[in-house]
Write a protein that binds this ligand. Structure first.
Ligand code: AMP
Ligand code: GLY
Length: 423
């Protein structure tokens, strides 16, 4: 089968690496891809926003299956357009991607399907939102309704911060994503990332994982797309996994099917594990990044076969087989990330890290200069990932690999995985 993978981050490099091992694969194309994905297939410089061009490319290259990595094309309806053109695609329809694209949509679905989540109220106007927040006091959470590249959420610890957040969002900081806001009760506990493949009718959970959202050691500083991840996440016990499947994932699958807008793809639940049990913070409708970088090295079964079974509505529990090994990924980010990353600086000695046993250096924000030199080109630049018999072993290998890379403009967190490691 000839496959097209859409996206260009560390998630897509990890997916490309895994897809390349599939006996079902004849050739992999990645649009637009990055220097890492180019090791496993052919990068094509397509504009992902131009569905007509994507379809024309698929026809020309006899693509049998398209896999969409990031959320923006899903929310823009790329899967609907591909299917209308008779091309099989992995990912939710535009309507089903509203689970990620609209926080208000998801909160209302939670109400209808009785899914545990933070109490919430929606507002379309600043005055009423402020009056409400003055009544509740802080801490309180203010969210722009739509997609805001992970920046549309303010966990306000004071009333003043909450009021400023309301002004910022209604002031147009996130464009049309901020025409409505959701004000939420603040949840307390430990966060975890939960993934399930969903084929429209049923769902199969992936292995557990945890991300590190804040930029600095000890969970300090601004939120990012994620600074590191590990799998398994001991906080997601078998009992928690079963509750999340019964109380969140399956009710969501059934409700979406009942509405005539079945969800197909990866459903990613951001969880808060509270003293009362797991609560849903938000849904995403794609693999997490950098969670995907720790899940793929642990997946023993064929990823492509499982994704095809998902699209064809015949997913089975044994389609996903996981290694007992642990995996840990540390993001090597550009100085200045997340606000203003420095780009265009040379990254050296990558081979010294890549050739270590059980290490994968997934490219996230890199590009090749005209002379072939590898340079940084984004905020999150590399996901340095290692596996090991224990999380400690994976941790030590990932940090040893980081130490081999020669990059003056990078930084990383030093405490990835510490919550799950023995003190
Ligand atoms: P989101 O973009 O919805 O994932 O939110 C980003 C981050 O904000 C989450 O990973 C949490 O750390 C935090 N957050 C979101 N909603 C809440 C909530 N209701 N209570 C506490 N923290 C939250
Ligand atoms: N790592 C969190 C995300 O992909 O949204």
């Amino acid at each position: 089968m000839r496959v097209l993978l859409i996206g260009s981050g560390g998630r897509e490099h990890a997916l490309a690496w895994k897809l390349a091992q599939s006996p079902l694969l004849d050739h992999l194309f990645i649009a637009p891809g990055n220097p890492g994905t180019a090791q496993h297939g052919t990068n094509v410089p397509l504009d992902v926003g131009n569905h007509r061009d994507i379809i024309a490319f698929c026809r020309q290259e006899h693509i049998g299956f398209v896999i969409i990595g990031p959320e923006a094309p899903l929310v823009a309806g790329i899967v609907d357009d591909l299917e209308a053109a008779g091309i099989q695609a992995f990912g939710p329809s535009k309507e089903a991607a509203r689970l990620e694209g609209s926080k208000a949509f998801t909160k209302e679905l939670c109400q209808v399907a009785n899914i545990p989540t933070a109490a919430f109220t929606r507002f379309t106007e600043a005055g009423a939102a402020k009056e409400y927040v003055r009544g509740t006091g802080a801490p309180i959470v203010i969210k722009a309704d739509g997609l805001a590249a992970g920046k549309g959420v303010v966990v306000a610890s004071t009333l003043d911060e909450a009021l400023k957040a309301i002004d910022m969002i209604f002031g147009g900081a996130f464009g049309s994503a901020g025409v409505e806001i959701v004000v939420e009760e603040c949840l307390f506990g430990e966060e975890a990332s939960f993934f399930a493949l969903v084929d429209g009718h049923t769902a199969v959970p992936l292995a557990s994982a945890q991300d590190h959202k804040r930029v600095g050691d000890g969970d300090t500083g601004p939120n990012t797309g994620g600074m590191g991840a590990y799998s398994p996440a001991p906080i997601v016990t078998d009992a928690i996994r079963d509750r999340v499947m019964q109380e969140m994932i399956l009710p969501t699958v059934h409700e979406m099917k009942r509405r005539g807008t079945p969800f197909k793809g990866v459903l990613f639940a951001g969880l808060m594990i509270t003293p009362d049990g797991p609560k849903l913070i938000e849904y995403n409708t794609r693999f997490g990044d950098p969670e995907c970088e720790v899940l793929m090295p642990r997946l023993q079964s064929d990823l492509l076969a499982a994704l095809i079974a998902t699209v064809e509505g015949r997913l089975k529990a044994d389609d996903l087989v996981w290694s007992d090994d642990a995996a840990l990924a540390v993001i090597y980010a550009a100085k200045g990330y997340p606000a203003a990353p420095v780009t265009g600086s040379v990254i050296g000695s990558l081979e010294a890290a890549e050739t270590l046993d059980d290490v994968h250096v997934f490219h996230a924000g890199t590009k090749r200069a005209a002379d072939g030199t590898l340079c940084s080109s984004g905020g999150r630049v590399l996901a340095v990932t290692a596996t090991g018999a224990t999380l400690q072993a994976a941790h030590d290998r990932a940090y040893a690999a980081l130490g081999k890379i020669d990059w003056a403009d990078g930084f990383y967190r030093h405490d990835i995985g510490n919550k799950a490691l023995a003190p």
